[in-house]
Design a protein around this ligand. Structure first.
Ligand SMILES: [Cu+2]
Length: 561
């Protein structure tokens, strides 16, 4: 669950809901109206809070702010004339105020999906949603997006040319509509019983958090985890109703609220969903138990085709595994991300931790001067022979009859899952050697070099564990494979986040000379549904069309070294 740091007062006397925005890591800018109805501003620079400063104006709505680049801020609010007013910080000075016209009856919401691009939405006098945008050169004319039932709107963007729009309907439910770069999808209801203070934030690509005050006056949160909406969660027990939310990192959420003393209050969570992958030998036994139990629970749940969520992993990997080519890293990232999302459906607090493959898995540094044996009957099972407890139910107890080896039915267990772990740590290069392979090459050649080094080390490690994990067509019968592949992905992520090489986070550049290859640009299977595998193929049709350049794949998950 989310743990919050506690509320701190930022002082001031504010008469409107606050607004908060982050233009970069560890930077926050907060805005609210003062008793003079002027705009007031305070900011966190990573070390201390500056401000308050007055930015003038005479405003009739809470402010909204957006940042499309580092050291750039755009603030909007309704004037007394109900037109949209705009002021901006360009890194040197504040420009504005300027009127952008329109006649709005609700506070506006603003969002940016690219450098020098801003979209502003609000409800008009006809109760429809109205939209205007800055394209880098000029403001577009106000256009109606229809609807006639919405009291308040919020907008957020998590990738270039992607907009998610939220509104509270007359039925008090949350409604959602999105722009995918080509067209607007229809409105979908996300349920809930809400009245006001609708706020949305994206911590990372394909991760959305929506907050609103409910009819019970508590604050409620709904989250999209990349796979599904998690359902409504009450933040009751909070003294304050957070009415502004910002995020400056993938696991960071900052909330702001006005206290009964009219001062501005601030609270934050450094682990917005606990979704940080850590060294599995160094986390607590309780944390390993949670991971083990969630994996076990996957074998007790089945898809509509009768194959358990666990057995489906082996079916996916056998049918579509992607090795010795450009898609090795992104395809396995998607596989691992999806597996973790399944685990989190069982237990939202679980993370897919990694095995540091430079250590002996039977004696891996536990961070406290001792070691952890990952191959025990309480965690991953035996290092030699049949895997057995705690995953004894994952195979057919060595019996051929009724196993998938005999029946060819992926819903049946494999005859046996075995291991033959070699002594010591695998004979491979250290993390830094692998991650810096190719750093001195031209940009176009760096990804191919990294991929080759990483896949080669990965091959050695599969062989070192031995048994079924040593063969591509049975590797995913062994749960240990996910601790191994979480580590592959960690090194890919570390390469991407290397200081001064930010281009490795750009979908258009990360894959270098391999960025034009077919396997990088075609939608990944089996999830795109073309391979015929259920539930992505008919009749279930849960297709998700994503290629290796999708922001949710290029953006690395969060790992703690
Ligand atoms: Cu592998």
């Amino acid at each position: 669950m989310v743990s919050w740091g506690g509320w701190e007062s930022l002082g001031g006397t504010v008469v409107s809901s606050p607004e908060a925005v982050a233009w970069g890591p560890d930077r926050l800018d907060v805005f609210a109206l003062g008793t003079d109805h002027a705009l007031w501003h305070r900011w966190w620079d990573g070390t201390a809070w500056g401000g308050w400063e007055s930015l003038g104006g005479t405003l009739a709505s809470p402010p909204v702010a957006v940042s499309w680049a580092s050291d750039r801020l755009d603030v909007f609010a309704l004037g007394l004339d109900h037109a949209l007013w705009h002021r901006w910080w360009d890194g040197t000075a504040w420009g504005g105020w300027e009127s952008l016209g329109g006649t709005l009856t609700t506070p506006p919401t603003a969002v940016s999906w690219a450098k020098n691009r801003i979209d502003v939405f609000g409800t008009g006098t006809d109760d429809a949603v109205w939209h205007t945008w800055w394209d880098g050169t000029a403001w577009g004319a106000w256009e109606s997006l229809g609807g006639s039932v919405f009291s308040e709107v919020a907008a957020v963007s998590w990738a270039q040319d992607r907009l998610d729009l939220f509104a509270i309907g007359t039925d008090s439910a949350l409604w959602h509509r999105w722009w995918d770069g080509a067209s607007w999808g229809g409105w979908e209801s996300l349920g809930g019983s809400l009245v006001s203070e609708l706020r949305a934030v994206a911590r990372r690509p394909d991760r959305l958090d929506v907050f609103a005050t409910g009819t019970d006056n508590a604050v409620w949160r709904q989250s999209w985890d990349g796979t599904r909406w998690r359902g409504w969660e009450s933040l009751s027990g909070s003294v304050f109703s957070p009415t502004a939310v910002a995020s400056w990192g993938p696991t960071r959420l900052d909330l702001f609220a006005v206290g009964a003393d009219s001062a501005l209050w601030h609270n934050w969570s450094a682990q917005a969903d606990g979704n940080v992958r850590r060294n599995v030998a160094k986390v607590s036994q309780a944390e390993r138990d949670k991971l083990r139990d969630a994996i076990l629970a996957l074998d007790a749940r089945s898809h509509a085709d009768g194959v358990s969520l666990w057995d489906k992993q082996d079916q996916i990997h056998q049918a579509t595994h992607v090795h010795r080519g450009p898609a090795f890293l992104p395809w396995h990232r998607e596989l691992v991300n999806r597996f973790e999302a399944l685990l989190q459906q069982i237990d939202p607090t679980v993370s897919l931790h990694y095995w540091d493959w430079t250590t002996d898995p039977r004696a891996s540094n536990n961070g406290n001067g001792g070691t952890t044996n990952l191959f025990s009957t309480t965690f991953m099972g035996s290092a030699q022979g049949r895997m057995g407890a705690p995953f004894g139910s994952f195979d057919n107890a060595s019996v051929l009859a009724g196993s998938r080896d005999q029946t060819r039915n992926p819903a049946d267990p494999p005859q046996e899952v075995s291991r033959a772990v070699n002594p010591g740590a695998p004979p491979i290069a250290g993390d830094t050697t692998i991650v810096t392979t190719g750093d001195t090459l031209p940009e176009a050649d760096q990804y191919p070099a990294l991929r080759g080094a990483l896949e080669s080390a990965h091959d050695t490690v599969h062989g070192h564990i031995g048994g079924d994990i040593g063969f591509a067509h049975t590797a995913f019968e062994d749960p240990f494979v996910f601790l191994l592949h979480s580590n592959v992905d960690r090194l890919f992520a570390r390469w991407q986040r290397a200081p001064g090489r930010e281009w490795r986070l750009d979908p258009a550049r990360v894959y270098g000379s391999e960025g034009t290859s077919l396997v990088i640009n075609q939608n990944m299977e089996p999830w795109a549904g073309a391979s015929g595998m259920r539930p992505w193929a008919p009749p279930d049709n849960q297709q998700v069309a994503k290629n290796a350049k999708h922001p949710s794949i290029v953006e690395p998950p969060v790992y703690e070294d």
